[in-house]
Design a protein around this ligand. Structure first.
Ligand code: ATP
Length: 207
């Protein structure tokens, strides 16, 4: 990993499954704010021709590739989640690549601030070293379950199982500087984004 000293004001946006991260980050985007999403970067680093894809093939074999040489995500998931050792290997390959590409993208920002979406941000995360603010999107547990069920057709149990692998809102709030409580309408979530946008513009311009 590169040592990184940011020149731009970077706001980390996180929250649990179904909390409304995308709703909020889409609104920052609509306001003209650069939004960088580590989930998208995680897909980019394993595109054909990328070094991380070759490293994964070296580590796990060619069975993780589709016929067209793209990554077969479900094959990789099966192998990598079969043991703690394999999961560690997966993380050792993908995490530094995601971090480095993230840094290269945030380094190109010319706007007074940018929003970096990091769904799995936690208190040990290397990203915390350079984030200037952490924005946590929250919603009541039942609201999140209902939203995800509606969006994905997952069962309640499947949603709950995913939630249990993630940080609790209580733990997320320990690293929060700002909070969007997304329990009401979309318009109300967007209004909270607009209030924060003004604040971040001021902070970023002062920086
Ligand atoms: P994930 O981590 O699962 O991708 P997320 O945190 O990005 O979720 P969104 O995709 O923004 O969450 O929201 C989940 C679903 O809930 C979406 O279908 C979205 O349209 C809906 N939703 C989010 N907030 C609201 C709201 N305030 N009112 C109504 N629907 C909402």
């Amino acid at each position: 990993m590169q040592a990184f000293k940011p020149t731009s004001f970077i706001v980390g946006l996180t929250g649990g499954i179904g909390s409304g991260k995308t709703v909020c980050s889409d609104h920052f985007d609509a306001l003209g704010v650069p939004v960088i999403d580590t989930d998208i970067i995680a897909r980019e680093i394993v595109e054909p021709g990328q070094p991380a894809l070759q490293q994964l093939v070296d580590a796990f074999g060619r069975s993780i590739l589709n016929q067209d040489q793209t990554l077969d995500r479900s094959a990789l998931r099966k192998i990598a989640f079969a043991s703690a050792e394999a999961k560690l290997k997966l993380d050792q390959i993908t995490h530094p690549a995601i971090y480095d590409l993230t840094i290269s993208k945030v380094s190109e920002v010319t706007f007074p601030y940018c929003v970096l979406v990091i769904p799995l941000l936690n208190s040990d995360s290397a990203y915390l070293d350079f984030l200037r603010r952490v924005l946590v999107v929250t919603a009541a547990r039942e609201t999140k379950i209902e939203r995800v069920k509606k969006r994905s057709k997952l069962s309640r149990d499947e949603v709950v199982r995913i939630m249990e692998t993630q940080l609790s809102d209580g733990d997320r709030l320990k690293i929060a500087d700002d909070i969007i409580e997304n329990d009401a309408s979309l318009a109300e979530a967007q209004q909270q984004v607009e209030v924060l946008h003004k604040k971040y513009l001021e902070l970023g311009l002062q920086d």
